[in-house]
Design a protein around this ligand. Structure first.
Ligand SMILES: NC(=O)C1=CN([C@@H]2O[C@H](COP(=O)(O)OP(=O)(O)OC[C@H]3O[C@@H](n4cnc5c(N)ncnc54)[C@H](OP(=O)(O)O)[C@@H]3O)[C@@H](O)[C@H]2O)C=CC1
Ligand SMILES: O=C(O)CCC(=O)C(=O)O
Length: 480
């Protein structure tokens, strides 16, 4: 049995209460046992990170590069094994799990390179004889609070830049998926991180997370999760003395527009991938399919046919397209919205049934609603499951207006063969990420990730833009 322990000040701590990590494909399968970190452990982790900060923030770029690169190499070498662990604890399919681990490995390789590329600017002053240098410095101790749906990629894209730019870290993974973050922290620890630079505190958000938000020695919080928790994080960071820098990645109600001139096969593939892969449990998932009248019926028929062919089964079984929902509570939420959709008068065109498989798990057939109005709750609220709503519109102008009519603005897409509409959509879509003839979920690891409106707050994550959050700018004036 794997034991997911906490790493505090370079020591693995196994004491205290433990909780089973249950496989959503087979609830009889216990993936491992995780410690339940306490407030006191969170405080000890912050103290360790604070003590480690001066030396780590002054370490050479080469020292940081070596550790991050070594971690990247091990993650990539073990991607099959770690991908299986991820799929067992979260429920995404094995190819998706392995792909996510590879992405984490590539993220560490990218930020290893960033250690060597940190640069500043030198400017002439407007006053005579004075030099100005603009540099970036680490923030101090950063608290990372991560969700369950990307158990290794999201911790990776927060931990890697935090360390590369010289910060020390306390990471709290989601309670449902402690194993992948534990494995990642173990790799980094063995890659040679000095004690206290990276601390792992597995435990409840209301307990361990709350300490991170309140503690005066935590300089910044990077959070990904629900809107409700994100708002609490923001309020706590503002109330904290001194105030904390914070960054929030939250929900989406992402639109995929399909125009009459779209290549039907491309549109159906983009929709199936964006709405249902990873069991729809992506903040970038397409949950609103906005389709113009001339292609609507053909699109719905072809998408329904594609859905009929999707195999929903055990996440690690060969041939599975869609794994289970992550747990009972998320399944209840999905079913609640399916029932709301029917009550609102939308037509359940396909799916939405609970499925029995060889083992007891949270299996749900992907669901497609048609006849949806953009005012309905299933078109406005994030469901976070394999449930998509088709909204029929008359033309491009109505499609764009409907796509933008949401409180969210994370990802957005259009399927069209028209350069004119594609260009106009890229320009006018109110989202942080816009895709043309591509799935709107599953993004690159070396470019900015984030959204607008109610989806995100603060600096972008990933790629070189991550420096904006994980560093603070210093302007130095010198009269030689
Ligand atoms: N946009 C996205 O990427 C995601 C969105 N969601 C949405 O959120 C819904 C609920 O998922 P859930 O995982 O519960 O999301 P939460 O927002 O509750 O959890 C995200 C992270 O925040 C922690 N947390 C929870 N409460 C607090 C708190 N008061 N202070 C500090 N940290 C806290 C959680 O810890 P713990 O696990 O211990 O509760 C977890 O690590 C989903 O159904 C979905 O709609 C969820 C995941 C990702
Ligand atoms: O779609 C992706 O690649 C990333 C999605 C994501 O980060 C999320 O769902 O939280």
């Amino acid at each position: 049995m794997l034991m997911f322990n906490n790493l505090i000040d370079g020591e693995w701590l196994s004491d205290g209460a433990r909780a089973p990590n249950v496989n959503p494909s087979d609830t009889k399968d216990i993936v491992g046992e995780a410690v339940r970190g306490t407030r006191a452990q969170a405080e000890a982790a912050i103290a360790a990170a604070k003590a480690a900060f001066p030396a780590w923030s002054r370490s050479t770029p080469q020292a940081r590069y070596d550790i991050l690169k070594k971690a990247s190499d091990e993650i990539l070498a073990r991607k099959d094994e770690l991908g299986r662990l991820l799929s067992r604890e979260e429920g995404k399919t094995l190819p998706e799990g392995i792909g996510e681990v590879a992405r984490a490995g590539q993220i560490f390789a990218f930020f290893a390179g960033e250690c060597l590329r940190m640069a500043g600017e030198k400017l002439a002053s407007v006053r005579p004889g004075i030099d100005i240098e603009i540099t970036r410095e680490a923030l101090g101790v950063v608290g990372l609070i991560t969700p369950w749906n990307f158990p290794i990629a999201i911790p990776a894209w927060k931990i890697a830049p935090a360390l590369a730019y010289g910060n020390t870290v306390v990471v709290k993974p989601a309670d449902l998926v402690p194993g992948s973050t534990w494995a990642l922290v173990d790799i980094l620890h063995r890659a040679g991180l000095p004690k206290g630079v990276l601390n792992l505190v597995i435990g409840r958000g209301s307990e361990v997370g709350a300490v991170l938000l309140e503690h005066p020695d935590v300089a910044a919080i990077s959070f990904t999760g629900s809107v409700a928790t994100g708002q609490k994080v923001a309020a706590a960071c503002i109330a904290s003395r001194p105030m904390k820098k914070f960054q929030l990645e939250m929900g989406g109600k992402n639109p995929l527009v399909v125009l009459d001139d779209a290549d039907l096969k491309v549109a159906v593939e983009c929709a199936a991938n964006s709405a249902f892969f990873s069991t729809g449990q992506r903040c970038t998932a397409a949950s609103r399919l906005i389709v113009t009248a001339g292609i609507h019926d053909r699109f719905v028929e072809a998408l329904t046919e594609r859905m009929r062919g999707l195999k929903v089964d055990d996440a690690v079984k060969a041939g599975t397209d869609i794994g289970p929902v992550v747990d009972q509570s998320q399944l209840d939420q999905d079913l609640k919205y399916i029932s709301i959709g029917k009550d609102e008068g939308a037509k359940l065109a396909f799916g939405g049934e609970l499925l029995n498989r060889a083992a007891p798990g949270f299996y749900l057939q992907p669901a497609l609603f048609t006849g949806v109005a953009n005012t309905m709750r299933i078109a406005r609220e994030e469901i976070f499951g394999p449930v998509a709503a088709v909204i029929r519109v008359k033309d491009y102008a109505e499609a764009l207006a409907t796509a933008n009519d949401t409180e969210f603005g994370l990802s957005s897409g259009i399927c069209t063969t028209s350069l004119k509409y594609a260009s106009d959509y890229k320009r006018n879509s109110e989202a942080g990420m816009v895709m043309v003839n591509l799935p709107i979920a599953g993004v690159d690891y070396h470019v900015p990730f984030g959204g607008r409106k109610g989806s995100s707050f603060g600096a972008r994550e990933q790629g070189r833009y991550a420096a904006e959050f994980y560093t603070t700018v210093k302007t130095a004036y010198t009269m030689p």
